[in-house]
Design a binder for this molecule. Sequence first.
Ligand code: COS
Length: 379
Amino acid sequence: MDFTLPEELLIFRETVRKFVEKELEPISEQVEEEDRIPGHIVEKMKELGLFGLAIPQDSGGYGMSVLGQCVAMEELSRTNACFRTRIGTNNGIGSMGIVIAGTQEQKRKYLPKLASGEMIGAFALTEPNAGSDASAIRTTAVRKGDTYLLNGTKHFITNGDIADVSTVMALTDRSKGARGISAFLVDKGLPGFSVGKLEKKMGFRGSTTCELIFDDCEVPAANLLGREGEGFRIAMQVLDKGRLTMGACALGALEKLLELSMEYAKTRVTFGEPIINRQAIQWMLVNMAIDAYAVRNAVYHAAWKLDRGERVTKEAAMVKVLATEAAGRAADSAVQIHGGMGYMKGMAVERFYRDLRLLRIYEGTSEILRMIVAREMTR
Ligand code: COS
């Protein structure tokens, strides 16, 4: 068994790390203050090809392995979470439905532009009454000639306000439950489609979350993704990969928190010596290192399985629980090690503490994911 990452991935990791250190990290607090990513930084992300890592080469992307995508997300997560969130939707939930179920025409129309970053994608499943219970959505799509008439409201949609195309799940047959859900590609600016409330969140500043409202919105029938009734299955497949890459995001943050805590513990002196000499501090650092080791191996292993074409519903759910809960513990320890400083605005650990809290909730709460693992184990 060889655990070495392929040479090209090591080089790629280095490139992304340099970009993070040189371009993103220096402005991470500015972005936090201003709650927006400067346009010239988005342009640099495009130049590096970061929007198209997951999109197949014949559709204008890099066609990178899932392992490679995890490495990218790991590196990008060492700084403010909004940066990888901007890139993440185009590489994941905002494009993957098209990659797995799109017609040639849909692929031609959207994927090259999503890959270059010219278009932004979003994924609209969640509704006020359907979060964890995703098949309880109420948005409807009624066929009317060559169009479907969409009615309903989606909420908590990442990048929804800036998206050029959103993958929207809606009921085409209310009587069939999950099997009555279909997926649609909805273009920005269609009559009857509007952006509602922009949420104010605990963290993730620089990344927007909003409502999408459909009021008799006529979507061309050609924009149905897959067949009628396949929407839920498509959404679940998209989420399987999303949960795995979310594990990689948690891993990058965890590793950064460990580094920041090590640096601080080496320089902070109390009672005449650096606090890293104290066993109480060492144990917190050691626990973070143990978690990072376990999480890294779990993320890479599940990515390897998905790259082999295996279904990873169980592994992705396990990885997300393992990684996001470990990152949450690490953020708590990092604040503790930094003492009063760790609670201050402007300190990276304070920002990580708030941002990482979301990871145990979105793309499947830890509770729902444990339920999925239980189902897979008892099949
Ligand atoms: N891959 C492929 N197909 C899947 C699947 C997966 N991972 N999970 C479920 N399906 C299929 C099932 O096989 C079933 O198909 P058939 O009816 O043809 O057999 C169908 O989808 C319905 O599945 P299920 O019966 O499991 O549906 P439930 O309503 O019980 O839903 C969970 C289950 C909890 C898995 C789902 O609601 C969920 O993931 N909730 C969390 C949603 C979420 O993560 N939201 C975050 C916001 S989106 S960023």
